[in-house]
Ligand binder design. Structure first.
Ligand code: FDA
Length: 392
C-alpha cells in the first residue's frame, strides 16, 4: 500500500489538470485511469484539434440543476487563464467561430502539455490498470488498482460520464458518489443527434443536406442559430446537438428555416415576382432538395402569384417554426457529453468537496454541470479541476 496526499480517479481533462494543480502545490498525487493512455477524449475532441475553451464562457451557457453552482469556479479560472497556459507552451491556436478556440496543430499538444504540468508537480500517473475496490476508513480512501493499492485522505472523482463507452467512458463516477451517500441527478445523453419516427421519412430522404436554422424547444427559452444536418436517422448538426441538451422525450423541436426573412416576405415576393415558382421563392437560401421537400409538405406548388396571401402567411409561419417530434436520441454511443450527474447540492461550489464525505471531491463532466457545444465543457473541466486542485 502506497500513501499519497490525494488520489485522482480519471486522467481526462479534469483529472489531469486537478492532479497537476495539486502536485505543483507540493501535494503527493496519484492519478489513475483504467484506459491505456491519458486524455483520450481530448485527443479526439474538436476533430483532433481540441476546442479547448470558449471566449464567451458564462454561467448561463451551462445546464445544471443549480444555475449558480458553476459561477464561482468559472470566475476564478477563465478562458484567458487557460489561453495563457497554452501560450506558455507555445501551442498555436485560432478562433474558429462563435468564440470557439482550437489548436492550429493537434489535440496531442494539449495532452502533452497537461502531462508535462503533471510531471512538474511530480504526479504519479498510472494508466491501464482496472480500478478495483474503493473504500473509506479511518479518514483515508483506499483504492485498489490492478494488483496495487493506494491510500490518501483525499479522493477526487474525475471519471467523467458514460458518453462514448467504446472509449472507456463509464458511469463509475455515479456508482462511487452513491456509495459515499451523494445524490446523482438522472444522467442523460446530451449534445447528441435526435432521431425522427417513421412518419418523418420524407426528411430522412434528405440525409446529408445541411442548412442554417434557429433551433428551439417549443415552450423553452433556449435558441441556437447554427447549422442543422438531416441524417438517415433524424437530425444532427450543431444547432440540433445544442438543443438536444434541453430536449426531453415528448418535447417538440422547432426549426426556423431561412431565419433572416422579415414578416410578410413571401407576400413581398408574390408582388415583385409573381411568375416565380413557390419553391424558388422560398428556396433562395435553402438547399434545393430541402426546398423541394418543404414545398411538398406545405402542399404549395406553381407560380407564387397564384397562391393566396393567406396560404403564404401560413407557409411563412410554418417555416418560422417547423415542428419536429423526435422519438429519441442516438444515445450515449453518439453523445458528446452526459447531462445530469453528481448533484451540485452535494458539493461546495468553491472547492468541489462533498459536504457529506470529507475529502471526497468531484469535478468535470461527472458533476451535474453541462456546457454548450463549443469549448464550454473543457472550460468547466479546467475550472472545476482548478478549484479542487487548489483546495486539496
Ligand atoms: P473525461 O471523459 O475526459 O475523462 C474521464 C477519464 O476517466 C477517462 O480518461 C476515462 O478513461 C477514465 N475513467 C472512466 N471510468 C474509470 C474507472 N472506473 N477507473 C479509472 N478511470 C476511469 N468538449 C469541449 O469543450 N470541446 C471539444 O472540442 C469537445 N469535443 C468532444 C468530442 C467528442 C467526440 C466527445 C465525446 C466529447 C467532446 N467534448 C468536447 C466533451 C469533453 O471531451 C468532455 O466534456 C471532457 O472530456 C470532460 O472531461 P472529464 O475529465 O470530466 O472527463
Amino acid at each position: 500500500m502506497t500513501d499519497y496526499d490525494a488520489i485522482v480517479l480519471g486522467a481526462g481533462a479534469a483529472g489531469l489538470f486537478c492532479a497537476a494543480t495539486a502536485g505543483q502545490r507540493g501535494k503527493r498525487v496519484l492519478l489513475l485511469d483504467h484506459a491505456g493512455e491519458a486524455g483520450k477524449k481530448i485527443l479526439i475532441s474538436g476533430g483532433g484539434r481540441c476546442n479547448f475553451t470558449n471566449l464567451h464562457t458564462a454561467p448561463d451557457r451551462y445546464i445544471a440543476g443549480n444555475a449558480h453552482f458553476a459561477k464561482s469556479a468559472l470566475s476564478r479560472y477563465t478562458p484567458a487563464d487557460f489561453i495563457a497556459l497554452i501560450e506558455a507552451y507555445g501551442i498555436a491556436w485560432h478562433e474558429k467561430t462563435l468564440g470557439q478556440l482550437f489548436c492550429d496543430g493537434s489535440a496531442k499538444q494539449v495532452v502533452a502539455m497537461l502531462l508535462e504540468e503533471c510531471a512538474k508537480g511530480s504526479v504519479t500517473v498510472r494508466c491501464g490498470d482496472a480500478t478495483g475496490a474503493v473504500e473509506h476508513a479511518d479518514g483515508r480512501y483506499r483504492v485498489d488498482y490492478g494488483s496495487h493499492c493506494a491510500s490518501a485522505p483525499v479522493l477526487v472523482i474525475a471519471t467523467g460520464g458514460p458518453s462514448i463507452p467504446k472509449m472507456g467512458a463509464t458511469g463509475f463516477a455515479y456508482d462511487l458518489a452513491r456509495k459515499f451517500g451523494l445524490k446523482v441527478v438522472q444522467p442523460r445523453p446530451a449534445l447528441v443527434p435526435l432521431t425522427l419516427p417513421g412518419e418523418e421519412a420524407l426528411f430522412r430522404e434528405l440525409s446529408g443536406v445541411s442548412t442554417e436554422i434557429v433551433a428551439r424547444i417549443d415552450g423553452g427559452k433556449a435558441a441556437f442559430r447554427e447549422a442543422a444536418l438531416f441524417t438517415h436517422r433524424g437530425l444532427s448538426g450543431p444547432a440540433i446537438l445544442q438543443i438536444s441538451s434541453y430536449w426531453k422525450r415528448g418535447d417538440t423541436v422547432s426549426a426556423q428555416f431561412v431565419p433572416d426573412r422579415p414578416q410578410g416576405w413571401l407576400k413581398a415576393v408574390k408582388r415583385e415576382r409573381p411568375r416565380l415558382s413557390f419553391r424558388k421563392a422560398m428556396g433562395d437560401g435553402l438547399p434545393e432538395r430541402l426546398a423541394d421537400a418543404l414545398a411538398a409538405r406545405l402542399g404549395l406548388e406553381g407560380e407564387i402569384g397564384n397562391l393566396s396571401d393567406k396560404a403564404l402567411a401560413a407557409a411563412e409561419a410554418r417555416l418560422a417554426r417547423w415542428p419536429f417530434l423526435p422519438d429519441g436520441s442516438e444515445g450515449y454511443a453518439k453523445a458528446e457529453v452526459t447531462a445530469g450527474g453528481i448533484d451540485t447540492a452535494e458539493l461546495s461550489s468553491k472547492t468541489m468537496e462533498s459536504r457529506k464525505a470529507p475529502g471526497l471531491y468531484a469535478i468535470g463532466e461527472a458533476v451535474d454541470v453541462t456546457g454548450w457545444l463549443g469549448g464550454y465543457n473543457f472550460q468547466w473541466a479546467w475550472a472545476s479541476a482548478r478549484a479542487a486542485g487548489l483546495s486539496i
